[in-house]
Design a protein around this ligand. Structure first.
Ligand code: PLP
Length: 439
């Protein structure tokens, strides 16, 4: 090597890379991996004990029982997804909507299979949003999608939410304000996690689902404003009745993209999810997906097709609901036991999903750099997700005193222990703040 080539030159990275930098999810996952001995009420991972190892083993055996079907599974598939799986998904979707496939009003190509729903969310953002285009989200919302929106240079505006999800009067006000400012042409998307939202655990009320569709339709003046309904947790309901999806409230089938995944209800490692998209979004999504991977892993898709077809998937979800209900109850019981006597602490009781959302007194900062985070992780050995990452940067609705607590990963008794430790950390921080306050 010549003497002149001693120092390496800097990379010249794209603007899109800069937009994608600083993703909280990577930090969180890394923290989860380095702090293995810490009780994790943070990880959004699913319960390892209930992962369907035997079901998958059986499905794989069936696929490889014949050489020809094994060969098909090991071949490339098509961009939009395996046809057999798409057919199963139409029936599965009809079951969830409690109707016949013929009543769905869609064709098979409108079911697009992706490697996890994160991929679909990303593709939808890519095909719809130019830099500066607007997406409206609940406050708080799924923080990984906030990263996706940043990644395409979108402008994200948070809309006030309560225990029934995004407030529709607030959505209407926001849309009116954007129209008055001449920004309505930039509004492309309204993102709603319809059931047991990550992070808040709230479910969008039925009347708000219909109102959201009405608003998307009535504010569609120069172009169609789409709702991206993320139903990742829809099948994990532990009490109450499942209502209509937002998608089903849109009789035109033109205003809602529905994102569903098998990650939470079956296995995230298998990376199979699907979207149901308006007819004229099929080709745009195929085009970006073609550039990205020209088809999600075929073997995974065939495994999911097998378990959906033979009914073992449904039976699995039934048993999963029971075991997660026990864990949710363990967390809520522990919240009652350890937090009820701390003034100013509130939490929501989710009817499903994997998360409990807790608010602390406004003086208690929960961020990564906070005294509470340090106390919880270093002294008490318990981790949570700071709530502030679930708000778009700069949003006036952002609060810094909230936590997402996950009951997905740990066993019920460990959840109890984790909650006890977390309450100790909160008490410790409250005591030191009250000592530090003059007078
Ligand atoms: C609300 C929500 N949407 C989408 C996803 C993405 O999941 P996957 O890509 O595994 O389907 C998650 C994962 O935690 C989620 O919580």
């Amino acid at each position: 090597m010549s003497d002149s080539v001693k120092t390496s030159l800097p990379l010249s990275l794209s603007t899109r890379r800069a937009w994608a930098a600083d993703q909280s999810i990577s930090y969180l996952m890394q923290q989860g991996l380095v702090n293995r001995d810490v009780i994790s009420l943070a990880a959004g991972f699913v319960d390892e004990v209930t992962l369907p190892t035997t079901l998958v083993q059986n499905a794989v055996q069936r696929i490889f029982a014949e050489r020809a079907s094994g060969q098909r599974a090991l071949q490339y598939g098509s961009t939009g997804g395996n046809v057999d799986l798409q057919e199963q998904l139409l029936s599965h979707h009809a079951r969830l909507e409690r109707c016949d496939v013929s009543e769905l009003g869609i064709t098979q190509d409108q079911v697009i299979v992706t490697a996890g729903s994160q991929q679909l969310l990303n593709h939808v953002a890519e095909v719809l949003l130019n830099p500066g285009d607007i997406c409206l989200v609940s406050a708080p919302t799924y923080f990984v999608f906030l990263g996706t929106l940043n990644g395409v240079g979108a402008r994200t505006i948070a809309v006030e939410s309560d225990e029934n999800g995004m407030k529709m009067d607030a959505l209407e006000t926001t849309l009116n304000q954007l129209e008055a400012a001449g920004d309505l042409p930039r509004v492309k998307l309204i993102y709603l996690v319809s059931s047991f939202e990550n992070p808040s655990g709230v479910t969008l009320a039925d009347d708000r689902r219909r109102a959201a569709v009405d608003l998307a339709q009535s504010f569609s003046k120069t172009h169609r404003i789409l709702i991206l309904e993320d139903a990742a947790y829809r099948e994990l309901r532990y009490e109450g009745e499942d209502g209509p999806s937002i998608w089903s409230c849109d009789a035109t089938r033109e205003h809602v993209v529905l994102a569903q995944t098998f990650s939470k209800s079956f296995s995230p490692g298998i990376r199979v999810a699907y979207g149901i998209v308006p007819k004229d979004l099929v080709t745009p999504i195929h085009d970006v997906k073609g550039n990205f991977d020209f088809g999600s892993p075929n073997l995974s898709q065939q495994i999911v097709a097998e378990v959906v077809r033979d009914g073992s998937y449904e039976a699995h979800v039934d048993s999963l609901r029971q075991s997660y209900a026990v864990k949710r109850d363990a967390m809520l019981r522990a919240a009652d036991a350890y937090f009820s006597d701390i003034a100013g602490v509130f939490w929501l009781r989710p009817q499903g999903g994997l998360y409990v959302w807790m608010s602390l007194p406004p003086s208690v900062d929960t961020g990564y750099e906070s005294a509470l985070f340090e106390r919880a992780t270093k002294h008490e050995g318990v981790m949570y997700v700071p709530g502030e990452i679930a708000y778009p940067g700069g949003s006036p609705l952002k609060r810094t005193n909230e936590m997402r607590l996950s009951f997905g990963v740990e066993a019920p008794e460990t959840i109890d222990d984790g909650m006890r430790r977390l309450a100790n950390a909160v008490r410790n921080v409250l005591e030191s703040t009250s000592h530090a306050t003059p007078g």
